[in-house]
Design a binder for this molecule. Structure first.
Ligand SMILES: Nc1ncnc2c1ncn2[C@@H]1O[C@H](COP(=O)(O)OP(=O)(O)OP(=O)(O)O)[C@@H](O)[C@H]1O
Ligand SMILES: [Mg+2]
Length: 291
């Protein structure tokens, strides 16, 4: 029998278990490694996320819950299909549809994809917002909204990675205060302060993504993540979008500013409000954006 792996960096390509064969490793992330894999009974390849070996009990529970959350969401076109779960060498794994897209952060600055997005700004941002809205309808707080947790193949968008997600329903919550995670730069003050999960936290994350797209940088930037967290906590109002991109319209600047409001009560209350605003938005001054 193969020895249990000791390092996150150990590449398990070629391994075979439970009918699957790992074809190649796609990524090593925070919670696990993702492989393209093939099941002997099915022709289409799948994606297998295999948890890192050294996760604690709650991280392991969160990893397993990702499968449950994924299943709940998979009827919607913005989410992947989740097929199977199991365990290999005491590490849980989740099997899902393999989606041949790329993380949005990687592609939305590329000339060709950027031009394509710019040609349908409203449609593009409405789709991203609809994905988040669907998640919120299930009382799920993603908690890690960022460009790299959206996959895009130039046509279809998928919102992925519920590895640190939480639910608004108290009885189903998993993380204890103090253990909750997120990505600095996209985390609201309340998320940093470990307040109880609320979908309005994701509205901040979505605002940070919009700011990043139009400004070319996040609202708060510093050398190290602690400084970013401190800036988020201490700065009363986020910087203005037009400071970094003079082309943005007043309406866009206002909407993004409200989403990034420090006080969650000042943010749009839900994703429906944001979708409604994005549908009629002129994104740039003096231009009618194609819808
Ligand atoms: N179903 C899939 N099909 C194709 N690629 C995928 C799929 N799921 C994940 N990936 C790839 O693996 C990367 C990491 O996936 P995911 O975000 O779920 O894992 P993670 O361990 O939480 O990683 P991170 O900490 O980097 O966010 C994605 O950015 C994407 O490139
Ligand atoms: Mg991720």
């Amino acid at each position: 029998m193969a020895q249990p792996e000791r390092l996150h960096t150990d590449d398990l390509t070629g391994r075979q278990f439970d009918g699957y064969r790992l074809l190649n490793r796609i990524s090593i992330g925070g919670s696990g490694a993702v492989y393209r894999a093939q099941h002997r009974k099915y022709s289409a390849p799948v994606a297998m996320k295999l948890m890192h070996y050294d996760r604690n009990k709650r991280e392991t529970a969160a990893f397993r819950r990702e499968f449950v959350l994924g299943k709940m969401l998979s009827a919607n076109k913005f989410f992947l299909h989740y097929y199977d779960k199991g365990s290999y060498q005491n590490r849980p794994y989740t099997v899902m549809e393999y989606f041949p897209g790329k993380p949005l952060g990687l592609v939305w600055r590329e000339g060709e994809v950027k031009a394509q997005i710019e040609n349908r700004l409203s449609g593009f941002w409405v789709e991203l917002a609809q994905a988040v809205e669907y998640l919120h309808r299930h009382k799920i707080v993603h908690w890690d909204l960022k460009p790299n947790n959206f996959l895009y193949d130039g046509r279809l968008l998928k919102l992925i990675d519920f590895s640190i997600s939480e639910v608004e329903l108290k009885w189903w919550q998993l993380w204890l205060p103090g253990e909750r995670k997120g990505t600095p730069g996209y985390m609201s003050s309340e998320q940093i302060q470990q307040k109880k999960p609320a979908t309005v936290m994701d509205i901040y994350g979505f605002g940070a993504m919009m700011f990043e797209y139009f400004a070319g940088r996040l609202p708060f930037v510093a050398e190290d993540s602690n400084t970013v967290l401190n800036m988020t906590l201490k700065t009363p109002t986020p910087p203005k979008l037009s400071k970094f991109n003079p082309r943005v319209s007043n309406d866009l600047e206002k909407l993004v500013g409200r989403m990034l409001a420090k006080d969650p009560k000042m943010r749009p209350r839900n994703m429906q409000q944001i979708i409604a605003a994005l549908k009629v938005m002129d994104f740039y001054v003096g231009e009618i954006s194609p819808q």
